[in-house]
Design a protein around this ligand. Sequence first.
Ligand code: PLP
Length: 384
Amino acid sequence: MTNIVTYLDHHASAPLLPAARDAMVEMLDVVGNPSSVHANGRKLRAAIETARDQVALAAGTIRSRVVFTGSATEALTQAIVGGAKSAGVARIIYGAGEHMAVIRAVESCEQEAVAMPMLTNGLYDIDWLTDVIAKANAAEERLMIVIQQVNNESAVIQPISDVEDLVRDTDHLLILDAAQGFGKTQFFFDPSRVDAMAISAHKVGGPVGVGALIVKPAMDSAKLIPGGGQEQGRRGGTESASLIAGFGIAAESAKAHFDAVREAKLIDFAQTELLKIAADATIFGTEVDRTGTAMCFAIPELKNNISMINYDLENVALSAGSACSSGKVSRSHVLSAMGVDDALADCALRMSVGWNSTRDDIERFLAVTKKIVDRHQSNRGAAA
Ligand SMILES: Cc1ncc(COP(=O)(O)O)c(C=O)c1O
């Protein structure tokens, strides 16, 4: 018998929506290549183009700007590595709390890269960026700025419209990592201010293994995988109609699902109750706007590598910061960027919700948290 897991790790990957699964299964049974002209090929092509419309609508853009990729990481790498090849890009400015998908891509570029500081509330320091851009404008230096729309750990919504205003009427490149913000915030891809944006299917109930690069035609430098010319010559390789169809369905329903999550106030409830269980807990980013889909918290002395095991033993799935490929728990660079001291950062956990989360899930999380806290206190009492 499989144990029922209380799944509270939607920011790492959301469960597949049944409607997305149905669309995928239907396409899996169609033999062929979407570039073939026979009936099967045309059916696969039609599914891809329907999904392109669905994703474009959800991302506030037009279909011709949507390029399907294998993940947001791939889309970001194409935008960043490609963008850095654009004429005259002298320096890269990226957020100190970006996802590793951004940081590693930036590190692979030749240009000097400077990290934009984060304030203790989890927002980027826009005054710092204003100053950097003003100096670059005066020196006629072209920048490439890479910033996330929503932080994956704290769920803090970054002031993207302020950044867009700063680059308006300049020739700096602006690349957005919208992997975590897509569907969770109201956002439109404005080609007059943003050059490229990356999104991911599995953060919104679509399948793992597909994402999209929303890109301006002028970003020719980002054509890194020409291959057989698929996806406007930006991402060659036979498209997976199944994955893309699942993405389309998930994108279409993302806004409604996240609106419902916010309305249910699951995170607000979790926060209030957590502080009753552990009055000394810190919840990060509460002073500013967040998506209402995640809570990053730390209970002093409860090291996250130990409490992760305890939650897991109780079949509650959450994570310590971002999901990392090694499966190990390492200190969050996001919390370090927010100035959180190491001892507290080592206690940080992220609980995140989505389309199928319920109040019962939160009750279960709280009950297990209480058990962990009570056990810790009685162990401490016994040792005293
Ligand atoms: C903010 C952010 N950017 C990028 C990614 C990478 O997304 P993908 O798994 O589609 O490569 C993630 C996933 O965790 C993320 O949260």
